[in-house]
Ligand binder design. Structure first.
Ligand SMILES: Cc1cc2nc3c(=O)[nH]c(=O)nc-3n(C[C@H](O)[C@H](O)[C@H](O)COP(=O)(O)OP(=O)(O)OC[C@H]3O[C@@H](n4cnc5c(N)ncnc54)[C@H](O)[C@@H]3O)c2cc1C
Length: 442
């Protein structure tokens, strides 16, 4: 039987939103042109693409959980256009690759923007406000300077911020400086996923929540997916389940199952908002990739601060409670170090979510068997990469050889991992060492 990864703690972004009536779970036998398994960024983007390009086709989307309860609704909401790391010394050969990645990321962001506009999704779910790479240490400042040089070579807009400007924006003295880039979109992930999933429904597009696919077989030229109370028969299936693709029997021993964790404060009072100062909304990624992501948000759930840090390797896709307790302590420290002026503010909710990496940083993408497609392994950047791979899987399955499809098909598959105990030791020690070296950026 096919299992589904666990995502510990509350789905906090979802909890900020008004309660909604859950969509039904699958009951009985249905037939459809398309079956999409997974209603995250990949699955919903694929569905929206097919709906537009093949409006007469019927589509069924199945998700094991409620909309936005999985990683798609649990992330920090940075839809980032630029590659994470431009700091290679041997930059010459990289320039073209970086340009390709930027174009791909922007393509995904422009799809999301078009979906927000055409489906009239709430404005709060998609804000084009850019992000800051925050540096709390001299090492972080050097990283930002290198990054800025590379952005100049690429002709990409950016602005260096000194400690004073960082304070004016964020209200904290914690950062020595920052690097603002305007192309990142900040989403309210649960609002985006909920709205995208609900607004595309029609008599041709149906979504069933709490409907885990337990078995998937081909029967003649069709595929049949069994859930606890139903069965879908479809001629084409897109698996948009990220790391859970292994549970379907594909890409075994090629994917790394990593968890990262978020916390959100209680609502800030108007007094606290005054004491903190700064702008009402901003997003900071850390100069060290193993550091802390911080966001200030306002909107339907009130004014709050969201932080994200720590990674753990979880091959069983089910972190222990002791891990969450440990992460919570780390979040409390990261928050109080940055915001000593908000000393009475508690972290109201802490949660974790599953993300999937491959050793060679590629997607698990393509046609696995006739009529069965994969849009998985987003390498931790699923708001953009999940969208991109979902769109490309839909194009591939519709027989459209777009340049994106060709680029993805030309990439190598995820590299096999060494045997399990060695992988565990290597990955866990790399994370520990990286977090130790990140120090004040954490
Ligand atoms: C705390 C945190 C912060 C993050 N921050 C960012 C960020 O700022 N920017 C960014 O780009 N990324 C971020 N990420 C990563 C991002 O959330 C993921 O990469 C993204 O959600 C992957 O999208 P996806 O659609 O491929 O898969 P998912 O979002 O994992 O969706 C897959 C869906 O498939 C469903 N599924 C699985 N198995 C089955 C089955 N057998 N039957 C039916 N349904 C099934 C699951 O229930 C799930 O809803 C963060 C993640 C976490 C946890």
């Amino acid at each position: 039987m096919i299992g589904v990864s666990k995502n510990p703690g509350p789905s906090a972004w979802n909890d900020l939103l008004p309660e909604r009536k859950a969509l039904p779970s699958l009951e009985g036998n249905l037939t459809s042109d398309w079956l999409i398994v997974g209603a995250g960024f990949a699955g919903l983007s694929a569905a929206h693409r097919i709906q537009k390009e093949a409006p007469n086709d019927s589509i069924i989307i199945l998700d094991a959980q409620g909309l936005a309860s999985g990683p798609a609704g649990r992330n920090s909401g940075f839809m980032i256009d630029l590659p994470h790391d431009l700091a290679s010394d041997d930059y010459g050969g990289q320039l073209q690759n970086d340009r390709k990645t930027i174009n791909q990321n922007r393509y995904a962001i422009s799809f999301a923007k078009e979906a927000v506009e055409s489906l009239k999704l709430p404005k709060e779910c998609f804000k084009e406000i850019g992000k800051i790479n925050g540096a709390a240490t001299s090492k972080g400042m050097r990283h930002n300077n290198d990054y800025a040089k590379h952005l100049s070579k690429l002709g990409e807009k950016h602005e260096k911020l000194d400690a004073h400007l960082m304070r004016n924006i964020t209200g904290t003295n914690y950062y020595k400086g920052g690097l603002f880039t305007p192309g990142t979109v900040m989403i309210q992930p649960a609002l985006y996923i909920r709205a995208l999933g609900e607004k595309m429904l029609s008599n041709r597009v149906r979504l069933y929540e709490s409907s885990p696919v337990e078995e998937l077989h081909n029967v003649g030229s069709d595929w049949q997916a069994k859930t606890p109370n139903g069965l879908v028969t479809a001629s084409k299936v897109i698996l948009a389940v990220n790391g859970n693709i292994e549970n379907f029997g594909y890409f075994n021993n090629s994917l790394l199952h990593i968890y990262t964790y978020g916390s959100i404060t209680q609502r800030l009072t108007s007094e606290e908002i005054k004491i903190l100062g700064g702008k009402k909304e901003w997003g900071i990624t850390p100069a060290d990739p193993l550091g802390t992501t911080v966001r200030r948000v306002c909107g339907v759930g009130g004014d709050r601060i969201v932080i994200r840090n720590r990674f753990t390797y979880e091959p069983n896709k089910d972190p222990k409670q002791s891990t969450i307790d440990n992460v919570f302590r780390s979040h409390v420290k990261s928050f109080s170090d940055r915001f000593p002026m908000l000393k009475d503010k508690k972290l109201e909710k802490t949660w974790g979510g599953h993300l999937t990496l491959s050793r060679n940083n590629v997607a698990a993408f393509g046609e696995l068997k006739p009529g069965l497609f994969s849009a998985c392994c987003q390498n931790g950047l699923g708001t953009v990469k999940g969208t991109l791979h979902g769109l490309a899987a839909a194009d591939l399955a519709m027989g459209k050889e777009t340049s994106l499809v060709k680029q993805l098909l030309n990439s190598p598959p995820p590299k096999k991992l060494p045997f399990k105990p060695l992988t565990k030791v290597v990955v866990s020690s790399r994370i520990k060492l990286g977090e130790f070296l990140a120090r004040k950026e954490l």
